[in-house]
Write a new protein. Structure first.
Length: 326
């Protein structure tokens, strides 16, 4: 008997639309000979399953079930592909824990930790992982231009701290840009991270592990046509992506080993993507971790799966079935 998979998308961040495109990608990646698939769109106001005929059915939040043609459908597994709240920060994971439904991502604690860029960086520094110098600013406190320049310096990045979105990120080069950049970031998050600029090669590296295998994908080199890898670069093609990255075999191995180590340190689940920047002297600096990475056909992870010579349907099956093994 086929298991029923709910691909949970949408959410309440600025990347709602991107999440829905990721859901369409995952729908096409999962083997429909093995599974019954439904996309479920979540917002703060409504939870709805999208039925095959395009109509919608309200989700019963008691058990995440819904009705189709008079029959009650209760999914066996939730594949979460929400970028931002509530699917990337642990909130939805907590709900699924409460109702006893297996899901595809990291658990509540790890999702919450990785969602806070600043806290994650401070935590991983304790394991010897290189990260940029940064500071955290609360919306209620603010910060002066002078404090930013003295503590972090220019140029720097000002970005939402707790957000799965590419919105609200600014590369700040002058004193006059600091306060407008803070204002833009505070529209996305109550906490803002101010991070020192690092000049180097930007990389993205995906990984997943199950009870019986550890898979680190080929690395993608990211060359943005803009000042940095912003929303337009990420989603509107204003970027060159090279997979596998043009790195020496030694540096490739070091990056992949670090990705695997970070996965283990955090006890991640499902597919994660770790972003890096390589600075002078082949120093590997971690930028951030994405626990619900984009999954459209052109996203990094599908690119890396293809470059590894793997079938993405097999990868999806690995992740789903791993949760049902004892």
């Amino acid at each position: 008997m086929k298991r029923t998979i709910a691909i949970v998308a949408g959410g309440d961040s600025s990347e709602h639309g991107v999440s829905m495109k990721s859901a369409e990608g995952i729908y096409s990646f999962i083997d429909q000979q093995k599974y019954n698939l439904y996309i479920v769109e979540l917002t703060h106001k409504s939870w709805e399953a999208i039925l095959p005929d395009g109509t919608r059915a309200a989700i019963d939040k008691n058990d995440f079930s819904f009705e189709e043609n008079g029959k009650r459908i209760k999914p066996d597994f939730a594949y979460i592909t929400i970028h931002g709240t509530p699917g990337e920060n642990g909130i939805l994971q907590g709900y699924f824990e409460l109702i006893g439904m297996p899901y595809s991502t990291c658990d509540v604690l790890v999702s919450a930790l990785t969602f806070s860029k600043f806290l994650l960086n401070q935590y991983l520094k304790g394991f010897g992982i290189r990260v940029a110098e940064s500071l955290l600013v609360k919306k209620k406190n603010g910060i002066t231009d002078e404090q930013v320049m003295e503590t972090i310096g220019l140029p720097c990045f000002i970005k939402p701290n707790a957000s799965g979105s590419s919105f609200g990120v600014t590369k700040v080069k002058t004193k006059e840009q600091i306060q407008p950049a803070l204002e833009a970031a505070f529209k996305e998050s109550d906490d803002v991270m101010i991070e020192a600029f690092m000049d180097g090669i930007e990389l993205a590296n995906g990984c997943y592990k199950t009870h019986d295998k550890s898979v680190v994908f080929p690395i993608t080199e990211v060359i943005s046509k803009n000042e940095f890898f912003d929303f337009n670069a990420k989603y509107k093609g204003e970027v060159t992506e090279i997979t596998p990255a043009r790195l020496s075999p030694e540096l490739t191995q070091r990056v992949q080993q670090l990705t695997s180590a970070i996965y283990d340190i955090l006890d991640c689940k499902g597919i994660v993507r770790v972003d890096y920047i390589i600075t002078e002297g082949d120093k590997i600096n971690m930028l951030e971790i994405n626990t619900t990475p984009g999954m459209t056909a052109t996203s990094f992870i599908p690119q890396q799966v293809r470059a590894a010579g793997l079938d993405i349907k097999d990868v999806m099956t690995d992740i789903i079935e791993d949760h049902f093994r004892q």
